[in-house]
Ligand binder design. Structure first.
Ligand code: SAM
Length: 250
């Protein structure tokens, strides 16, 4: 893995790595997002979560979970939130999509990186959806459009409505087969400037396999493996290349 960008032979990826990925500049907005995470981490309130997989299978067995546990185990860590922020801030995508809102931490990083763009974020669990939506309103994050429902039903509807997906963050089902199904719906709406970030590509063997298939897709020109997550680019006119780069936590 290159240190400080040495050994990266693509000018686009070299600039991206040195100026965006490995840049550790602090932004004022990070403070309010991390203050919200801190509040959630200290929150002993329990909510009844319904597993989306169970709901899809017709079962609705709820599980009592403390908000502190959700914030600790489910939300993106600060360094990944900052990476999402920097990618969005650098490329200024118009239509952004997130699969998996949870309590809204990654949505806050993405939305605040480009207030002129619109972030559509889909969440199947009503309890966490409500918590995130309330906080988005309190923080005046008017460019977030929250959608409550399953990716299976909501994503195809949304794909018909929007002109394109310019930035996509997939952080929902940790299931390789499902991941490829969502990717199939998203693919026709991508353009040569689109970026797709997939979290937890090493979560399981099927997630790793799905990541391999995604990066092999003929529409993908550049894929960057940051170990925890993967980033895909669809730029035309450049040779297909794969990179494995060192990244955080910073
Ligand atoms: C890892 S969490 C998202 C964390 C969030 N991106 C963050 O970093 O703050 C994944 C979320 O996706 C939701 N989810 C999983 N599968 C889903 C599906 N098929 N449809 C809708 N929501 C789903 C879960 O309810 C969960 O809240």
């Amino acid at each position: 893995m290159p240190k400080g960008g040495y050994g990266i032979h693509s000018p686009f990826v070299f600039d991206l790595y040195t100026g965006v990925i490995a840049c550790n500049k602090n932004e004022k907005v990070f403070e309010s997002i991390e203050a919200y995470r801190k509040e959630m981490l200290g929150c002993d309130i329990g909510i009844i979560r319904k597993s989306v997989a169970e709901s899809l299978n017709g079962g609705f067995r709820g599980e009592l979970v403390k908000l502190s546990r959700i914030a600790r185990t489910v939300s993106v860590p600060p360094h990944l939130g900052r990476l999402l922020y920097r990618l969005v801030n650098h490329f200024q995508p118009h239509v952004m999509l997130e699969l998996g809102t949870s309590v809204g931490i990654s949505s806050m990083y993405i939305a605040q990186a480009n207030p002129k763009g619109t972030l559509y974020t889909i969440e199947g669990d009503e309890a966490v959806f409500g918590i995130a939506q309330k906080r988005f309103q309190e923080m005046n994050l008017a460019n977030i459009k929250s959608i409550c429902g399953t990716f299976e039903t909501e994503l195809p509807h949304l794909a018909k409505e929007v002109s394109s997906f310019d930035f996509v963050f997939i952080d929902g089902d940790h299931n390789g087969t499902k991941l490829l199904q969502y990717f199939d719906v998203i693919l026709p709406k991508l353009n040569s400037n689109s970026i797709v970030v997939v979290d937890d590509i090493r979560w399981s063997e099927d997630m790793e396999e799905a990541w391999r298939e995604m990066k092999a897709n003929k529409q993908v020109s550049i894929s960057i493996d940051l170990f925890r997550c993967g980033v895909l680019f669809f730029r035309q006119g450049i040779a297909k290349q794969h990179f494995m780069l060192r990244y955080g936590p910073f």
